[in-house]
Design a protein around this ligand. Structure first.
Ligand code: NAD
Length: 353
């Protein structure tokens, strides 16, 4: 076997464990800060306020308007609030939307970030930031947006609704599946991807049956960390491209879109990336696309794009946008084959491979 690769580890500090979020104050001090602004969505406002109260004089306030796809006007308002309060760090408590706001603030102010993830999206361990302005979503990569400290506390995910646990978990699996055939994949990212998928495959059915099972919650969050880490370290292809198109141009919800598309995009690449995707077949059973489809179905995931409000007429435009700019993908992409793949995903049918 001839091995040849490059590998770049992440400088982020990862803290994992039940109850770990009770020590946020220690981490604020460790990074040399003393005036934290706590960020959440409006949905998690009460949790953010409780966290700020627990930080005592280490918190200067909260901002509870984080919004999906990181709209620039929301970021500008949050930056103004951070400046007005003299914040010297942000503490983001929530899913990818809240993490995204923290990153967008860091991009503009270089404030250090402590992130406490409560979904499986994985954004907290990537230097990727997607932002929307005038109805357009653009993505950038910058070391400036990579959070300094990530505190994974499974206790905070005990109340993550089952439906969201399932789609968010499949969103994480999608990072790992695409990482396996990434042009810049290396032995470390593949190990992490396989371990991450296996952890989520084992944890999600238990969470569906018993949402408050602490061991399964810990396993799922551990898997999400691994899957997010590989998302941050190697290039993504067809799957992430299509989901970005659907979310950015048709406003479909992030995790659900990933969950529905995953069996189809991985099935599309199943032959061209046969060796790389073999672990997906081993973990989920059958061919990679069909194994993922059956698994998604078994945990009650949505399966059809038509259920997200997308019309059949939208599919032509989606195929055109998703194939407009070339990018690396194991199987060559053309508009007709992507249109056919979208049709299957729209109908929710079992992928051919
Ligand atoms: P989200 O952050 O939008 O959360 C969805 C809803 O669930 C929100 O109202 C949130 O407050 C609530 N929620 C979160 N955790 C909860 C919990 N434990 N209990 C109850 N409610 C909870 O959803 P998401 O899927 O985590 O993130 C999606 C966003 O993240 C998108 O904008 C996507 O583009 C971005 N993202 C970015 C990256 C990256 O690397 N840049 C990676 C993944 C996702």
């Amino acid at each position: 076997m001839s091995l040849s690769f490059t590998y770049q580890g992440s400088p982020a500090q990862i803290v994992f464990g039940s109850g770990a979020s009770k020590r946020v104050g220690e981490w604020v001090e460790k990074i040399g800060a003393s005036r934290a602004l706590v960020l959440t969505t409006s949905h998690q406002k009460a949790e953010g306020e409780a966290l700020a109260a627990s930080l005592g004089k280490l918190a200067v306030g909260t901002y509870a308007d984080a919004t999906m796809h990181t709209p620039v006007d929301v970021t500008e308002e949050a930056v103004a609030r951070a400046t007005e309060l003299g914040a010297d760090c942000v503490v983001a408590l929530g899913g990818g939307s809240t993490t995204g706001l923290g990153k967008a603030i860091a991009l503009r102010t270089d404030l250090p970030q402590i992130v406490i993830p409560t979904t499986y999206a994985g954004s907290e361990v990537t230097s990727i930031l997607g932002q929307t302005e005038n109805g357009e979503k653009t993505t950038l990569r910058s070391p400036r947006v990579l959070p300094e400290v990530v505190i994974y506390d499974p206790d905070l995910t005990l109340g993550l609704p089952v439906a969201m646990s399932v789609t968010s978990g499949l969103n994480a699996i999608a990072h790992a599946a695409e990482a396996l055939y990434a042009p810049d994949a290396n032995p470390i990212t593949s190990l992490m991807a396989i371990e991450g998928m296996r952890a989520l495959k084992e944890a999600l059915p238990v969470i569906v049956a018993t949402p408050t099972d602490g061991d399964a919650r810990a396993k799922a969050l551990y898997g999400a960390w691994l899957c997010g880490t590989v998302l941050g370290q190697v290039a993504m292809s067809l799957h992430h491209k299509i989901c970005h198109t659907l979310g950015g141009s048709f406003d479909t919800p992030h995790a659900e879109t990933h969950a529905i598309m995953l069996p189809h995009t991985i099935g599309f690449n199943a032959e061209a990336a046969g060796d790389a995707l073999a672990p997906v077949g081993e973990i989920f059973g059958g061919t990679p696309g069909q194994g993922l489809y059956e698994f998604a179905k078994s945990v009650g995931s949505p399966l059809a794009l038509k259920d997200l409000g997308l019309t059949e007429a939208d599919l032509d435009r989606a195929a055109e946008i998703a194939t407009r700019n070339p990018y690396a993908n194991p199987r060559p992409i053309d508009q007709a084959s992507i249109r056919a793949l979208l049709q299957d995903a729209w109908e929710g049918s079992r992928p051919p491979l």
